[in-house]
Design a protein around this ligand. Structure first.
Ligand SMILES: NC(=O)C1=CN([C@@H]2O[C@H](COP(=O)(O)OP(=O)(O)OC[C@H]3O[C@@H](n4cnc5c(N)ncnc54)[C@H](OP(=O)(O)O)[C@@H]3O)[C@@H](O)[C@H]2O)C=CC1
Ligand SMILES: [Cu+2]
Length: 420
């Protein structure tokens, strides 16, 4: 233990690490009294650390959290073995002048960039290059100042960190754990680039599913527009443009939803065929298949979202003017004709079983979606998971609410007998 501490601090003015180990919660120094520095400082204070801020104007800054000390950079650095650099990369230059004081210390780089791969090297690499005598650890950049301050860390509890010095990394991980965060070691400083890009990525796994979904939505919408609006207009001079708001979207949603669901399961089958064809499972899949396999969960969730939309659009049917007009005129026709169309058991069954299958199909869809959530799938074993996924899929694909069989779906009018 003693040896570790000596290794960690080899400069004369370095705070001995064994003090840090014996006192459990050591002193942490933060350079920069901006949003992030202050939020992290407050959190550290709340968790029992002593916090010393290093600032350009130690006198004027009265914004630092109560209980923290504020000094100039050099003095602050002397008091701690770990220094969190809560300053933007563009201002790192001032650190060069502090090289002697910082020698042997752990510097935590928390910085983010504005663009992916903005600089040729990662910010952490740049810092390590500026101060070769220091042990640089990249950490905390994926945690936001706002989340730290408001305590709403649920979604961003993970702290990705990396660094070349194992002991320095362990010390930073210990701090993260004390703050109630979950440190995830990503390896050496080479990983810093990737960690810095995390907060800048915009739904990387969602991009392909969203494109596919958008393409199918547009295509099927246009198809419906032509067949249900333009065609009646051209042939019968009938204006059915009112269908654009609800009827057509409500035809697009289930169709696209089922296509996406099928696309979730298709790559698995293609992969199996490729493996059978190659006669081995130890060969790489083509890139396109790899990409496709990786976004299956997202495809499934988009499909589920569309199924939800379909369910909601279907529920509003009875309050639609068009449907109410249809029912009323149907009634008036009977009165005018002095006729009573008798109750048909056949159509009653048809309509009910139609809706019932729709409800059950939707239920299994949701079940499929829920069991693929990590927290739920972790709670069942592989055989149970397969059981739910495969039997559910079987039901969905064999009873797909018969959208394609009947020209006009029950879901679009609510009344099968009118259509028939
Ligand atoms: N805000 C956030 O939610 C997050 C921020 N980060 C990262 O944390 C770092 C700080 O961000 P944030 O606190 O928001 O930024 P701010 O602009 O709020 O604060 C930056 C601080 O850096 C110091 N500073 C500014 N210019 C110089 C300079 N020329 N020389 C030396 N020090 C300077 C100042 O402190 P002083 O006046 O005391 O010297 C200033 O308060 C950034 O690298 C950012 O990418 C990472 C994750 C989240
Ligand atoms: Cu339906």
């Amino acid at each position: 233990m003693r040896k570790d501490s000596e290794e960690m601090c080899d400069s004369s003015n370095c705070f001995p690490l064994q003090a840090m180990e014996s006192a459990k919660l050591e002193t942490v120094c933060i350079f920069g009294t901006g949003d992030f520095g202050r939020s992290l400082g407050l959190k550290l204070l709340q968790c029992g650390y002593s916090v010393i801020f290093g600032s350009r104007n130690p006198k004027s800054s009265n914004l630092v959290p109560k209980g923290a000390e504020i000094l100039n950079h050099a003095e602050a650095a002397k008091k701690s073995a770990i220094i969190i650099i809560a300053v933007h990369r563009e201002h790192y230059d001032f650190l060069r002048g502090l090289a002697d004081v910082l020698k042997g210390k752990v510097l935590v780089d928390v910085s983010n960039n504005l663009k992916i791969n903005q600089y040729p090297e990662s910010n952490a690499d740049y810092l390590a290059g500026l101060l070769p005598g220091c042990k640089v650890v990249k950490a905390f950049n994926t945690v936001s100042a706002w989340a730290l301050q408001s305590g709403t860390l649920d979604a961003s509890r993970q702290v990705f960190l990396c660094g070349n010095d194992a002991k320095a990394k362990e010390a930073v991980m210990e701090i993260a754990r004390s703050l109630g965060l979950m440190p995830l070691d990503q390896g050496s400083l080479l990983a810093a680039n990737e960690i810095e890009n995390y907060p800048l990525q915009l739904f990387p796994m969602w991009r392909l599913p969203c494109y596919i979904c958008a393409v199918f939505t547009v295509l099927i919408f246009l198809y419906c527009l032509v067949t249900e609006v333009f065609h009646p207009l051209a042939t019968r001079k009938e204006d059915t443009s009112y269908l654009i708001a609800i009827s057509i979207p409500n035809r697009v949603f289930p169709v696209v939803s089922l296509i996406l669901l099928a696309l979730c399961y298709l790559p698995g089958i293609l992969a199996a065929i490729i493996q059978l064809y190659k006669g081995t499972k130890y060969s790489r899949f083509p890139d396109w298949l790899d990409q496709w396999m990786l976004c299956r969960k997202q495809l499934g969730l988009v499909a589920l979202a569309y199924a939800f939309l379909h369910a909601i659009y279907t529920l509003v049917m009875p309050i639609r003017y068009y449907v109410r007009w249809w029912t009323n005129s149907y009634l008036i026709t009977q009165i005018k004709d002095n006729a009573t169309y008798p109750f048909s058991n056949y159509y009653a069954w048809l309509s009910d079983s139609y809706v019932a299958l729709g409800i059950l199909g939707f239920f299994f869809y949701v079940l499929l979606g829920i069991t693929s959530l990590p927290s739920v799938s972790n709670a069942v074993n592989w055989r149970e998971f397969r059981f739910v996924q495969v039997s559910t899929l079987y039901f969905l694909l064999h009873n797909p609410n018969k959208h394609y069989i009947f020209k006009i779906c029950d879901c679009n009018t609510g009344f099968v007998f009118i259509i028939e």
